[in-house]
Design a protein around this ligand. Structure first.
Ligand code: PLP
Length: 449
């Protein structure tokens, strides 16, 4: 019997059991590993979570966009159990297994581009990015990489350099790879050039070409690395033409276009990959997070001639494409396709967006709503005219939501964007309940601005 609070009911956090575990966490785990709150899970299913004190939550975070198919998806769990009885690890360099090659083929088939492709399976998102950049360099013989302001690509040495947000991802860890060149993203709500779309005629794209004159010649640029939708950087959806403009630059100067779909992919936008909305075909596509259905897995998928340019032994690793992760990923993809989760992302995204637009009419704190399918960002401001970011208020909203049984996270360089990343299997009544909690909390905090 559940002894804690139901979603919607107030609870004191941390609960007794969580307090004990949180003390252990504080004693034995470095503080650099951030937490959204003093929360310890006991179990989860779909978009429902129970903590160790028996409190229930509706999950709008999904392990940071990892659980598009939900907590403990039935298909994924049974495939893992079945695989666990056969073999757990061989290292693909030593003994190969069917699920790796089947998944590699599947990913080549379902990524954009009607040309031969190959897939490299690794572990984390950062590792997929590292490999994408590494392979582009080996293929092109060039060294430079263009990355964007407010981008997030990981926490390893190379990907930290590619990541834009300084605090706290990069602070104190430099210097970074000098071959990385940073340019502004098309963040229209806060245009870095103070222009307005479409009158700007995509000045941001033009500035990239200008950078070939002022900074690094195009002949030295191996790749443009971009998130089709900015994730950690604020759930920013670029205007039509931005990604196409970049593709054109890549074509003109023989630069590899790398799409980081680690957060935006796997059905969340209403299509399998976000880039499909923009009519652009990348040369390399990076996937992770929801790819493994909750297990550790990432993939670098690209044109065969690029992927195959690396010498034997140049890519790979001990754990890359673990058999449990491969079978889980095949089942996660099956769930997205057969359960039509991309269509569901469109439907759930519309429900959420309509509700949020309605809230925007009543609460001034909501400055901007950005949505594509179920990629939903809500930028909070103290003043709609000045757009002063409401960072402290955002923090208060997250905490109050947790205490009411809604798990939700923020993002953005100014720490003022709420992002909704609920599993795409969330029940409509759970979604409605979560939005009710969110509205109650936003209504309260709105009074303080
Ligand atoms: C777009 C993007 N790229 C790369 C990464 C890094 O992934 P990981 O944390 O698995 O290394 C993330 C993680 O949030 C991400 O959102």
């Amino acid at each position: 019997m559940n002894k804690g609070a139901k979603a919607g009911e107030k609870r004191a956090l941390p609960g007794e059991k969580a307090k004990e575990l949180f003390n252990l966490r504080n004693e034995y785990v470095p503080k650099g590993v951030f937490q959204i709150g003093p929360l310890f899970i006991s179990r989860g299913k779909g978009a429902w979570v129970e903590d160790v004190d028996g409190n229930e939550y509706i999950d709008f975070v999904g392990g940071i966009a990892v659980l598009n198919v939900g907590h403990c998806n039935d298909r994924v769990v049974s495939a893992i159990k079945e695989q666990a009885d056969k073999h757990l690890h061989t290292c693909f360099h030593v003994l190969m297994y069917e699920s790796y090659v089947r998944l590699a083929k599947k990913l080549c088939e379902i990524t954009p581009g009607d040309f031969p492709k190959q897939t490299l399976l690794v572990n984390s998102g950062a590792e997929a990015v590292e490999n994408g950049v590494k392979i582009a360099k080996r293929y092109s013989g060039k060294r430079g990489v263009i990355a964007f302001e407010n981008a997030f690509h990981g926490r390893t040495a190379l990907t930290m350099g590619l990541t834009s947000q300084v605090r706290y991802y990069k602070f104190g860890f430099g210097p970074f790879d000098p071959s990385i060149q940073r340019v502004p993203y098309a963040y229209c709500y806060r245009c870095p050039y103070k222009l307005t779309y479409p009158d700007c005629e995509l000045h941001c794209v033009k500035r990239i070409e200008d950078s070939f004159i002022s900074y690094t010649p195009a002949e030295e640029i191996a790749a443009i690395l971009i998130e089709p939708i900015l994730g950690e950087g604020g759930y920013v959806i670029p205007p039509a033409g931005f990604l196409k403009g970049l593709r054109k630059i890549c074509d003109n100067y023989d630069i590899v276009f790398i799409a980081d779909e680690i957060q935006s992919g796997m059905g969340r936008t209403g299509k399998m990959w976000a880039i499909e909305h923009f009519d652009v075909i990348p040369d390399i596509l990076l996937s992770a997070k929801s790819l493994g259905g909750g297990l550790v897995l990432s993939a670098t998928i690209g044109r065969k001639k690029i992927m195959d340019s690396v010498d034997i032994g140049g890519v790979g690793g001990t754990y890359g494409g673990n058999p449990l992760s491969c079978v889980a990923a095949l089942k996660a993809l099956e769930a997205i396709e057969e359960d039509k989760l991309a269509d569901r992302a469109t439907k759930l995204g519309k429900i959420s967006k309509d509700r949020l637009e309605n809230m925007k009419e009543r609460y001034d704190i909501i400055g901007d709503i950005r949505a594509l399918g179920s990629v939903i960002g809500v930028e909070l401001v103290k003043n709609r005219k000045t757009k002063e970011p409401a960072a402290a208020e955002t923090k208060a909203i997250l905490k109050n939501c947790q205490e009411r049984g809604l798990l939700i996270m923020s993002c953005g360089p100014l720490h003022n964007v709420l992002r909704l990343m609920f599993p795409l299997v969330i029940k409509e009544e759970e979604l409605a309940k979560g939005l009710d909690i969110l509205e109650d909390v936003v209504k309260e905090v709105n009074k303080t601005i």
